[in-house]
Design a protein around this ligand. Structure first.
Ligand SMILES: Nc1ncnc2c1ncn2[C@@H]1O[C@H](COP(=O)(O)OP(=O)(O)OP(=O)(O)O)[C@@H](O)[C@H]1O
Ligand SMILES: [Mg+2]
Length: 268
């Protein structure tokens, strides 16, 4: 708790890095995210918890521009993401170039790492900085090596992902996201596909990033992590944020029946 208070006091500014305004997502006739508002300040760590099918991944995928909202607006660093209406009156993105520029501000770490299997660790990390951020290869390699050294993975730089443990692969995936120097980093259940003994090293890396002031949105089933590291916790159910507060407010809430039901479902 003291560390959390210290982070909250010193790291979080009142500059929104990201804002969602009345964001909805409908697949066919099913609305999976209902008119949701959300913003995150620079340096803030927000965890999103909730049952399967609540719409947590759908929300993250819209923030990372992997999915176009059915309605609403997204602002990244106060700039609205430029969508246009197509002939069928659906929102679509403006251009591939603009899309990759905006997306580079929002890093994403997936449950299944999503590393390129045929590229080495180093090539996985420099791909985005070179091709999207237009860094020189030399500078991208220098930065990648610095990041890898910081997480103790420099000696793996010429390995292929298949040669690494799941925990190491996920730490490479986080490093790859960091190499783009994103304004905000999204995690979608980053430890869910890891063997239990490998979860700790990934959570430790994420905790360190949080302490260094990285702005993070973390969808997780790791309640201990959510409780200890987050400045704010959102609880989603059926496409809506139905509870929101500091980790104490959420985890020590005595009077919210939905939260109580969710927490008891986790304990089996
Ligand atoms: N591409 C899609 N087409 C149709 N329905 C979808 C699509 N993606 C998600 N859904 C539906 O949207 C709802 C929310 O799914 P989502 O994956 O966002 O939930 P979640 O909270 O991430 O769940 P989990 O904890 O299992 O990952 C689900 O009912 C899902 O079936
Ligand atoms: Mg999900």
């Amino acid at each position: 708790m003291p560390r959390l208070a210290a982070r909250f006091g010193s790291m979080v500014t009142d500059m929104p890095v990201l804002e969602l305004v009345n964001i909805s997502k409908t697949f066919g006739t099913k609305t999976v995210v209902h008119s949701t508002n959300f913003s995150i300040q620079k340096g803030e760590v927000v965890s999103i918890i909730g049952p399967s099918g609540a719409g947590k991944s759908s929300l993250l995928r819209m923030i990372n521009l992997l999915e176009v909202p059915s309605s609403g607006e997204i602002l990244i660093d106060s700039q609205p993401v430029a969508y246009k209406l197509n002939r069928a009156s659906h929102l679509t993105f403006l251009s591939k170039f603009k899309l990759s520029k905006v997306r580079s501000k929002v890093g994403m770490v997936f449950q299944h790492f999503n590393l390129w299997e045929h590229k080495t660790v180093l090539d996985n990390i420099i791909e985005g900085p070179v091709n999207v951020n237009k860094k020189s290869k030399r500078e991208a390699i220098r930065h990648a090596e610095e990041l890898l050294a910081r997480v103790g993975l420099l000696e793996k730089k010429n390995d292929y992902p298949g040669m690494l443990s799941g925990g190491q692969q996920q730490r490479v995936a986080i490093t790859r996201a960091l190499a783009m120097e994103p304004s905000v980093l999204l995690f979608d259940e980053p430890t869910s596909s890891l063997d239990p003994e490998l979860v700790g090293e990934v959570l430790q890396m994420m905790t360190q990033l949080a302490e260094e002031g990285m702005t993070m949105i973390v969808v997780t089933h790791e309640m201990r992590f959510a409780r200890q590291v987050s400045d704010r916790v959102l609880y989603m159910e059926e496409g809506r944020i139905v509870a929101e507060g500091t980790s104490e407010e959420i985890f020590e809430s005595k009077d919210n029946a939905r939260l109580a039901r969710f927490f008891s479902s986790l304990h089996g």
